[in-house]
Design a protein around this ligand. Sequence first.
Ligand code: BGC
Length: 749
Amino acid sequence: MLKKLFVSVCLLCLQQTPMMAQSKPLTDADIWALIKKMSVEEKAGQMTQLDLGVIAKGDICKLTWPQSIDTQKLKLAIQKYHIGSILNVGCGSGTMSLAQWQSILSDVQFYNQKYSKNGVPIVYGIDAIHGVNYTQKGTLFPQQIAQAATWNPALIQSVYEATAYEMRATGLPWNFSPVLDIGRQPLWSRFFETFGEDVCLAQKMTASAVIGLQGNQNATDQYHVAACMKHFLGYSFSLSGHDRTPAWISERELRTYFLPTFKKAIDLGAKTLMVNSGEINGVPVHVNAELLTQLLRHELGFKGVVVTDWEDIYKLVDIHKVAANKHEAVFKAINAGVDMSMTPNDFGYTEALIDLIKQGKLRLSRIDSSVFRVIKLKNDLGLFQVMPQQTYPKFGSSEHAALSYQVASESVTLLKNTNQLLPLKSVKNLFVCGPSAHSLNALNGAWTHTWQGIDTTFNTQGKLTILQALQRKSFKVNYALDFQKAQQNGFKQYEKAIKQSNCIVICLAEQPSTEVPGNINDLTLPEDQIQLVKSLKQFGKPIVLVCSFNRPRIISAIESDVAAIIYANLLSDEGGRVIADCIDGSINPSGKLPFTYPRYANDLVHYDRKHTEDLNIDFSMTAYNPQFDFGFGLSYTQFQYADLRVSNDTMHMAADSVMITVKIKNTGLRAGKEVVQLYKSDLVASVTPSVKQLHDFVKVELLPGQEKTISFKVYRKDLSLVNQSLKTVTEPGDFKFQIAQLFTSIYVQ
Ligand code: BGC
């Protein structure tokens, strides 16, 4: 009954008819005709994005709850400033129901129709980072790093399709997702928002995200939304690992590691892009015309909207110190290639932009091209059109929850399983403790109901923590509610319970956080969690460690103390059930690490390292010694690889390709999924080659005894590198291929 009410309320939202309502989308000529009639103020407005807090009741960051429109403030924003876009919930604070969203969004469109001179609709953008995290009862999916751990691009496409669907059900057409920054700095507070460290894996996940969000059409179909690739470029690789601090990245590195995901998304038609808040090589990206115009527009051919990140034009003055005042900052950012400013808390940018245009300092043609791109985005999203009524019966449905469960279950990664402790078939009595044992927030991470994801007020009702899910199993579960207090007195009050148990499950976690609040100075697991494991070790029971971290926290001090390790990433609302199902064997884990898990805090070498990084102090080539390798993950069954073959041992012509095949067999006793990973190595090159790089992969499911032959095609162009002249070329020579412990090679002429 309640669901029905929400669906019909949402329909009202879609019935709002824009002032310039069309039966067909506008043509480019229509858009230019519209721009011709617009005043300077109207154009500057289209290039402005405000936070909801500016037009909501209450003061910014002290808004009345639930948030709702202050009509006087909205009138000012539309009538005087002609604003083109609004974002998020005010101050990143809280999750609203469909009905509350409906009221906000219909007010925005109603007052826009009433007060707007040009009738151009306002486009609403939101961080739907892992599902519609700002809509109550919406479906939350595992975070991006957990999505990547599935190594299942088709499954991840469904996640983005469902997210787009639930966004449209809420009335929101523009998603500030996916994060396409490559996770090669594990200290970074937003590591969990990436698809991991590898270009090949991240590119495949990028394609899933863009196609899933936007569909194959123009996202006008009311079931898809505009994607926003972020944060262009090099945001994830600051030297210190702290958020928004300097990155020093050579052009070869940029092109090799950080650009390919963006290129992939642009080639697939991603509609919008958000700029990196930080700086590369001493230049804030918001003023870098070489990146935002030369590379992005001229070389990559991006035609969509470039939006700044939060307050970033002001930060050019206040933090980066590359502009003396607001006017200079606006001038530099717009000239570098920005189309829209996420200002977002006042009209200072809009006023400065109007001044600069009126003073003739900014070319009108430069402004018009941005306004065109913004209006075209709105047109592509169907905002000018009278759309047919749609219903969204799958919003927050059990079908979407099942999808979230499936993703989490394919993501959960078994890193250690001494003597096949897991699954706990014969174990009946568990002692459970640790910071994530009874916390939905720890499973969800940041961008969950609130920006930092710490507030428990809005947690999805009915979702189970790890503890609750274990309690529903046939285990007898004892639990230390306050593990820190229990630890202080050596678990005295739990001594009996622990002694009676046959296994201890310790659930470690990082407090949810992102951006600057998530900065840390040491990747090592906090001391209290190390000591938690050490003190429980004294009881001599086998320990299962469950890790829900924002980034790979160093666990080398305790790794040998535990019998099994389940790496859970941030699995979200279904994570509790999935972890319990992994522990009792209801699911067979098939996740693989999408990053190299470091053993030491200062030894952050990636699997696709250079040969020099293998050189040890005794001159042996064994220095690469991560805690767990990229692509690693155990199963409750065993797989055997055989017969690695290549169709031809030489490639002669530019368009040549070879086929690589391998046989894989499930030699264990239960069905399981395995990721077949093909690695390539360029043996000698003009720039130092990587020891190996992932070339392609496929996830297969095999019944006990079942065998399959897997094939991969390799083209000559797939063996390329970025050479000393920064050109992408394939150089002649020998190339080696590896699948599991099998090798083959070819010669490229
Ligand atoms: C983040 C972006 C996000 C934006 C809007 C910024 O602080 O860096 O990723 O999309 O806020 O919430």
